[in-house]
Design a protein around this ligand. Structure first.
Ligand code: NCD
Length: 305
């Protein structure tokens, strides 16, 4: 990887994605050891700067940095000087002045990681910016699909649900299509972005006909915290039309995968028993997330040597 930052999947291109996946293979092996730790980033400091809630992404980055022997600082917005009115730029420059090597940034507004990258000397990794991008999620999803299916080339991937508010969908479309998959977005019109011009996807407002031909059913969380108006008549109607119920999951071809970035709204976009069925790789996504983030940190911080 020649870049200093990872802000968008587009920064990587197909070759860059392949490189991350290759390096991830060796970190999966490290993660399986009794002591899952290598000295690659000893003496380096990684800061997680999360202005938005997170369980798996934040912990996953911190675990990844520790397994590479980096020092980890965790910035808690709720107990920081942000509450005294300190602005984003001052906050970020203060942290940068302490001599950090990487900033892992999550923010509710699109574009913030790009702004931060312009202010600091450290490498910046986008851990989710508003409804825009979430590149490491797309990478771990590609890795998980490849692990189960060998390759993404020619696979049919259905991304289902609240695409409008989903950074996971945006980064996923870029990465899946870069690796040769065909993506269909399945959602009611109100949960699609106003324009899909330039998106390399097909769109369907009906789930069943897409599921019968899908290699992957990628279910998205209903992101109520980003919804301003009322975009849905009711949750029950949403589940009836677009939820992966047990009946619908039975339509999937043999060997198809069920994926979800988490956190799950069980019973809304996915039935509890479907999340636990054999084709579901939701737990593998989380496990692979650590190894993928190790690869990203390693490649960005030049751990080579
Ligand atoms: C997602 C996120 O926060 O973008 N979760 C995650 O990072 N695994 C998706 C979501 O919140 O629905």
């Amino acid at each position: 990887m020649t870049a200093t930052h990872l802000l968008s999947v587009a920064d990587l291109g197909t070759d860059g994605i392949e490189e991350v996946l290759r390096v991830t293979d060796s970190f999966v092996e490290v993660s399986a050891r009794a002591i899952p730790k290598v000295p690659a980033l000893r003496g380096r400091t990684v800061v997680s700067l999360f202005f938005e809630d997170s369980t798996r992404t934040r912990l996953s980055f911190e675990a990844a940095a520790r397994r590479l022997s980096a020092d980890v600082m965790n910035f808690a917005v709720s107990s920081s000087s942000v509450n005294k009115g300190e602005c984003l730029r001052d906050t970020v420059e203060t942290i940068d002045a302490m001599g950090v090597d990487a900033l892992v940034v999550r923010h509710g507004s699109s574009g913030v990681p790009w702004q931060v990258a312009g202010w600091v000397g450290a490498s910046v990794i986008n851990a989710g910016d508003g409804a825009h991008e979430h590149p490491t999620q797309a990478l771990l999803d590609c890795f998980t699909i490849r692990q189960r299916r060998g390759s993404l080339e020619g696979l049919r991937i259905a991304i289902v649900g609240d695409v409008k508010h989903s950074r996971v969908a945006r980064s996923g479309v870029l990465a899946f299509t870069a690796l040769g998959a065909e993506v269909t977005l399945v959602a009611p019109p109100t949960l699609l972005p106003p324009s899909l011009e330039g998106w390399p996807v097909t769109v369907s407002h009906e789930l069943d006909p897409v599921l019968v031909k899908a290699d992957v059913a990628y279910m998205l969380r209903m992101q109520s915290e980003r919804m301003t108006g009322s975009l849905l008549p009711s949750r029950r109607e949403y589940t009836a039309g677009f939820g992966l119920t047990r009946r619908r999951a039975a339509l999937l071809p043999d060997g198809a995968l069920v994926m979800h970035p988490g956190p799950l709204n069980r019973g809304v976009e996915i039935a509890a028993e479907v999340a636990g069925m054999p084709g579901s790789v939701i737990t593998s996504q989380v496990a692979n997330g650590v190894a993928v983030r190790m690869a990203v940190l390693y490649l960005l911080l030049g751990g080579a040597g």
